[in-house]
Design a protein around this ligand. Structure first.
Ligand code: AOF
Ligand code: ZN
Length: 340
């Protein structure tokens, strides 16, 4: 098998840790000797052994590790965190070569893992399937490098570009399968946000019902606290934060966070970053989604487009072409269209 195949296998193994290691990245590791896989492992659970440790432990005859090639999706760590440094383990085991997909931008690790390996005379190759590895851990890398959560915008629009009728009703845009997909997406992210109008007119519960998974933290922006407390969002069934300019208060599962009048979305993202929230799904409405787009504070947009037309109503958010003036150019954003 080729080096690429071994790294693909390591990426595949990493994926098995999805949902169990957050806020740590998913990491996979494959140990190869004489063109045969002799060990495999992945980071299985937050706070427990790293991928390299599990791969090393899976090798039947430990002497086989001497001179082997280790394929790992993330730079081996160099710090004493919840576990001892993996770079030192690989040195102790006398591996011959380490192939790394992505650098670890965690300031505790970045570059130091590679340095430990090289200083011990181990050959290090970097960047094999780097793009795939960075995509796999895009939430982790965004949190560390941009100091904000990974932002996913989501909306459903008609073929002629409306998210709702003028009275805010939006029946017949989404269907049961798209709704189910949204429930899966909710379970995959740490937090979910809506603006005031969406909370008021849709009265969403913003929880996970049509999918098996955890509920994300619910967020709503209601500057002047005008929303009715009888909305589902305020039922305290799920931890919820209401960003406003009036009061700071906490009771049970409901927290009010006071921001200065005229606050920007940056401040909310900073607050979420401080709470170790790694990803955010923004479900509307159009006004809020456009604000994220204008400020360039988004990474992914997922857009459902129905076959019908409304003719008039509330316009869907607009993702500008990269050349548009006054809109930050995003180097690595992605929009995906789903036809429903
Ligand atoms: C690796 N292999 O499998 C993982 C790594 O708190 P700790 O000790 O688990 O350390 C977490 C940090 O270690 C995490 O932020 C990331 O930089 C690195 N994760 N490194 O060599 C692994 N999961
Ligand atoms: Zn490690």
């Amino acid at each position: 098998m080729s080096a690429i195949s071994y790294m693909r296998r390591a990426l595949e193994l990493a994926e098995l840790g999805r949902g169990k290691v957050s806020p740590n990245p998913v990491v996979g590791c494959v140990i190869v000797k004489e063109d045969k896989i002799i060990g495999e492992g992945y980071h299985q659970k937050y706070g427990e052994a790293h991928a390299e440790v599990n791969a090393v432990n899976s090798v039947e005859d430990q002497t086989d590790i001497v001179g082997s090639t280790v394929y790992v999706t993330l730079e081996p760590c160099a710090h004493f965190g919840k576990t001892p440094p993996c770079a030192n383990l690989l040195v102790d085991k006398k591996v011959g070569k380490v192939v790394i997909a992505a650098f670890d931008s965690n300031p505790l690790v970045g570059g130091k893992g590679i340095q430990i390996l090289e200083e011990a005379g181990i050959e290090v190759e970097t960047g094999l399937l780097q793009e795939e590895a960075r995509w796999q851990n895009r939430r982790f890398f965004t949190q560390i490098e941009k100091k904000r959560p990974y932002v996913i915008l989501k909306w459903a629009q008609t073929q002629d570009g409306f998210v709702a009728r003028s009275d805010y009703s939006s029946k017949w845009i989404s269907n049961s399968s798209s709704r189910r997909l949204v429930h899966q997406w909710r379970a995959e992210e740490d937090a979910i946000m809506v603006g005031k109008n969406t909370a008021k007119y849709d009265d969403p519960a913003l929880n996970v019902r049509d999918w098996v998974g955890k509920n994300p933290l619910r967020l709503v922006i209601d500057s002047k606290l005008e929303l009715s407390q009888s909305l589902k969002l305020f039922d305290q069934a799920v931890p919820t934060i209401c960003y406003n300019t009036q009061k700071t208060e906490e009771s049970g599962n409901l927290e009010f966070v006071k921001l200065k009048p005229g606050f920007s979305l940056d401040q909310i993202l900073e607050d979420l970053h401080n709470r170790n929230i790694q990803s955010l799904l923004v479900e509307g409405g159009s006004f809020l989604l456009n604000k994220f787009i204008e400020l360039g504070l988004w990474d992914e947009a997922r857009i459902f487009t129905s076959r019908n037309k409304f003719g008039e109503g509330i316009k869907a958010p607009l993702i500008p072409k990269p050349s548009s003036e006054n809109i930050p150019v995003l180097e690595d954003h992605l929009s995906i269209h789903y036809h429903v």
